[in-house]
Design a protein around this ligand. Structure first.
Ligand code: ASP
Length: 330
């Protein structure tokens, strides 16, 4: 396994990107770009996810892949995080909206078929990732929202649940009384899990309770295909965490995958995506809160973010590791 490219200098990676013509609009094809540098392929399954808590999801995905397919692996990995009530940004025990209701967002994408399924603003169902998968596999649609998504989940026999735990209810009541604004960094965190099976196929999923105390009905980037997640089976996969409003307006995960299609490594693609958002957004980069993790079809992986402290989890045949993402500064 090659040494992970964590904390490589932003300037030197930008220079590499420019050199291979990997920036959007350049004419270099992936084959031309790849011909310039030998590719360190990682053999066997590779799972990468946002944050240190993603490691358990990666490992569950890897176990599942031993007896299931890649979509099963993604679904089961994310279900593990959704079921963890001590994680306050995903699934059961997630942080509610301003009305005290936990509304969940999730999506899943199959890189081979480019099929996708998604649910947004869905209350009362324990595993939104499983609902997203049913939307993909059992309907003609890509996205269901709110009460319609919940009814569909129940029709599919999926588990209903009270998602607001006592701990979160008390926090929400304190927030309502004092109206203390949660800092952007403490009010969110998403599991985005991307994987490549040993046969080279790619898939990914994403699940979150979104921005804590958001307006009822607010939907972030996580269930938006191309925003919080994108998978191209011929190229790679990327997922996001951070302030969804600042990811979805720039089609962040789609951009990261497109940059890989033009020859960037996963790490270079994540850095350039953050930098591209930073160039366009009127806010200072440290106020944008956008973070990406990516893998490519060769099993290479990388991550970058505008948040200091963003880390990603990687699991391969060689084991699991939590790696500091490249911190892109303005
Ligand atoms: N991106 C998610 C959202 O905006 C939250 C997060 O990842 O922190 O809903």
């Amino acid at each position: 396994m090659p040494t992970p490219l964590s904390r490589r200098s932003f300037l030197s990676t930008s220079a590499t990107l420019a050199a291979v013509g990997a920036v959007a609009g350049a004419a270099t094809t992936p084959d031309q770009a790849n011909a310039m540098e030998p590719i360190d392929t990682i053999e066997g399954p590779v799972f990468a996810s946002t944050w240190a808590f993603g490691q358990a999801a990666n490992e569950e995905a890897q176990r599942t892949l031993a007896h299931g397919d890649l979509l099963d692996a993604i679904e089961q990995g994310i279900r593990l995080v959704e079921a963890d009530a001590s994680n306050h940004s995903v699934g059961l025990g997630g942080t509610p909206n301003a009305n005290g209701v936990v509304e969940l967002d999730a999506c899943i994408m199959d890189g081979t078929t480019y099929n996708a399924g998604s649910v947004a603003g869905m209350p009362g169902i324990a595993h939104p990732i499983s609902v997203a998968r049913r939307v993909m596999e059992k309907t003609k649609h890509v996205m269901l929202v709110g009460e319609g998504a919940r009814e569909f989940a129940l029709d599919q026999g999926l588990e209903a649940a009270e998602l607001l735990t006592e701990n979160r209810r008390q926090k929400w009541e304190a927030w309502k009384k004092e109206q203390i604004e949660m800092s952007l960094q403490e009010s969110h965190d998403t599991i985005a899990l991307v994987g490549r099976a040993a046969d080279g196929t790619l898939a990914g999923g994403c699940s979150t309770s979104g921005w804590g105390y958001k307006l009822a009905g607010r939907v972030g980037d996580s269930p938006i295909i191309g925003g919080g997640l994108y998978v191209d089976g011929q190229v790679g996969a990327a997922g996001a965490t951070g302030v969804g409003e600042n990811v979805m307006r720039y089609c962040g995960s789609f951009l990261a995958v497109e940059l890989m299609a033009r020859g960037a490594t996963p790490e270079e693609a994540c850095i350039d995506t953050v930098e591209s958002i930073g160039r366009k957004d009127p806010k200072a980069l440290e106020e944008v809160h956008v973070n990406f993790v990516a893998i490519d079809k060769h099993g290479r992986h990388g991550a970058a973010g505008s948040d200091e402290g963003f880390a990603y989890s990687i699991t391969t045949q060689a084991g699991s590791e939590v790696i500091d993402a490249v911190h892109v500064t303005g």
